[in-house]
Design a protein around this ligand. Structure first.
Ligand SMILES: C[S@@+](CC[C@H](N)C(=O)[O-])C[C@H]1O[C@@H](n2cnc3c(N)ncnc32)[C@H](O)[C@@H]1O
Length: 231
């Protein structure tokens, strides 16, 4: 059995998976995450799911090579559809666009209660956090990882309660703001730059920039607090 090596993004996702979990890895591709976790004996069992046959075949081969067929099922499906039959208590949806992740959550048929969701969007973190807050998910933890670019990892649980979130918090994460870890400075600067570009683009098109300007003010306040800058 060859040891599976994960990059720092996947490694942090793996760290978020609770010991003894029944994992559903949605959009598993190569299946590296469940294979790594099974090799470490960290999970009870897993289903490696993907919508496309080719990536799922890669996962099947990887699982076979590592002789983990008794621990990891594979499943060809769109998002979370039908995944309830595996009774997962931890769902990972990583490496996909934020809008697709939102759609997968929206169309999912699993019982969301008592499930830990570990979500790592490649885009649209702001819309995704707003979706979670509006649709009864509590964000329980957040992480920032640098692997070439910056990635945000969001852990959430469903309790049905709707929560408020500001535009700035949706972009960089309330928990990330509180944690104020080293990579947060880089994240907030990137998000501020992106907001400035958006404002300039809208101004050129003679569009209203009130919302973006408010958001920029919130982001700048967060940044100043992070760096301990007093006005
Ligand atoms: C870029 S890979 C990410 C692989 C891995 N999760 C990671 O984070 O490295 C995206 C995978 O998601 C799969 N995928 C795309 N849309 C999907 C959907 N609606 N349901 C399940 N899998 C999907 C693709 O086939 C592909 O294997």
């Amino acid at each position: 059995m060859a040891e599976t090596i994960l990059d720092s993004r996947m490694l942090r996702i793996a760290d978020c998976v609770p010991s003894g979990a029944i994992l559903a890895d949605i959009g598993t591709d190569h299946g590296k995450l469940p294979v790594y976790l099974a090799q470490k004996d960290k999970i009870k069992r897993a289903v490696a799911a993907d919508i496309n046959e080719m990536p799922l075949q890669k996962a099947i081969n990887n699982i076979k090579t590592n002789n983990l067929q008794n621990k990891i099922d594979t499943y060809l499906t769109n998002g979370l559809q039908g995944v309830e039959k595996f009774s997962p208590d931890c769902v990972v949806i990583a490496g996909m666009g934020g809008e697709l992740i939102e759609q997968i959550l929206e169309e999912g048929t699993i019982d969301k209660h008592n499930v830990k969701f570990i979500i790592q969007p490649m885009t649209k973190e702001g819309s995704l956090r707003k979706y979670l807050c509006k649709n009864g998910y509590l964000i329980t933890d957040e992480h920032i990882v640098k692997e070439g670019k910056l990635y945000q990892i969001i852990c959430a649980e469903y309790d049905g309660n709707v929560r408020a979130i500001s535009e700035a918090e949706s972009l960089v994460g309330k928990i990330n703001i509180e944690k104020a870890e080293e990579l947060f400075g880089e994240l907030i600067e990137r998000v501020i730059d992106r907001t400035l570009v958006k404002i300039e683009g809208k101004k050129r098109a003679n569009l209203d920039v009130t919302e973006e300007t408010d958001c920029l003010k919130q982001l700048t306040d967060i940044k100043e607090k992070y760096y301990g800058i007093n006005k």
